[in-house]
Design a protein around this ligand. Structure first.
Ligand SMILES: *Cc1c(COP(=O)(O)O)cnc(C)c1O
Length: 235
C-alpha cells in the first residue's frame, strides 16, 4: 500500500497540472484534506507533511479530533473546515470549533450561526451550499431559492460570505460533472455581479474522484478524503 506522503504528493501534483491546463496558478487552489474517520495521529502526520487545511463533516467528530490533533503538535496555521450538513442545535459548537463552514444550507441555520458568532465576538467565514439535484435527501439551497435569500444572508453582521459550495451528485460521467461545476461557477458569477458588497471568490467543488474536472472549471477549494488518506472503513 502506498503511504500518506506519496498520496499527498500525487494529489498536489495533479492539482497543479489541472490548474495549469486551465491557465490558472496552482496556488489558486486550496486542498482541504477531508479527515473524517481518520485518526488524530494520521492527521498530525499530514500536518508534518505540510498540509494545513482539514475538513470534517460532523461537529461531534471535530469536537474530539481538533484538541487531539493539537495535543500532537499540529496547531500553528492549521485550519478546520466544517463541510457536512449542520443541524441548528449544533450551531454554537460549530462556530466555536470551525475556521470556516462550507455547508450553510438555510437562512435559519445562517441566523443561528450569526447569533453565536456575535456572542463569541468573531466574524465567521461561510460558504453557501447549493444543490442542483432537487432530491429531498440532499442539503443545499436550490439555485433560485438562493438568489432570493442572498440579501438576507449578506445582512447578517457576524457572517462573512466567501462563495459557494456544492457536492456533485453520484453517478455522473465527466461531462455531467463538468456541467454541474460550470453551473456553480455561473451562479457565483451572477451573484457576484448583483451583490458586489460581498466577496464571492471561493468555489468549493471537487472531491477525490472529480477534483481535476472541478479545477478545470474554476474550483478554488477541493475537498479530498480518500485520495489522500486511503479508503474509509465502511460505516
Ligand atoms: C467525505 C466528503 C468529501 C471527501 O470525499 P472523498 O470522496 O473521500 O474525497 C468531500 N466533501 C464532503 C461534503 C464530504 O462529506
Amino acid at each position: 500500500m502506498r503511504g500518506l506522503e506519496e498520496r499527498l504528493e500525487e494529489v498536489r501534483h495533479r492539482v497543479g497540472r489541472a490548474a495549469e491546463r486551465a491557465g490558472r496558478s496552482p496556488s489558486e487552489v486550496r486542498i482541504v484534506a477531508v479527515s473524517k474517520t481518520v485518526p488524530p495521529e494520521v492527521v498530525a502526520e499530514a500536518y508534518r507533511l505540510g498540509q494545513r487545511d482539514f475538513g470534517e463533516n460532523r461537529v461531534q467528530e471535530l469536537r474530539e479530533k481538533r484538541p487531539a490533533v493539537e495535543l500532537l503538535g499540529a496547531t500553528e496555521g492549521i485550519r478546520w473546515h466544517l463541510i457536512g450538513h449542520l443541524q441548528t442545535n449544533k450551531a454554537k459548537l460549530a462556530v466555536r470549533l470551525s475556521d470556516i463552514i462550507h455547508s450553510v444550507d438555510s437562512v435559519r441555520l445562517a441566523r443561528e450561526l450569526d447569533a453565536h458568532a456575535g456572542a463569541l465576538g468573531r466574524r465567521l467565514p461561510i460558504l453557501l451550499e447549493v444543490d442542483f439535484t432537487g432530491l429531498p435527501q440532499r442539503g443545499g439551497f436550490a439555485p433560485v431559492e438562493l438568489e432570493a435569500c442572498v440579501p438576507e444572508l449578506l445582512s447578517l453582521p457576524n457572517l462573512e460570505v466567501r462563495g459557494l459550495m456544492t457536492v456533485a451528485p453520484l453517478g455522473l460521467d465527466r461531462d455531467g460533472l463538468r456541467s454541474v461545476f460550470r453551473q456553480l461557477r455561473g451562479l457565483r458569477d451572477r451573484l457576484a455581479d448583483r451583490h458586489r458588497e460581498a466577496d464571492w471568490r471561493e468555489l468549493s467543488m471537487g472531491m477525490s474522484d472529480d477534483y481535476e474536472v472541478a479545477i478545470e472549471e474554476g474550483s478554488t477549494i477541493v475537498r479530498i478524503g480518500r485520495a489522500i488518506f486511503g479508503e474509509r472503513p465502511q460505516a
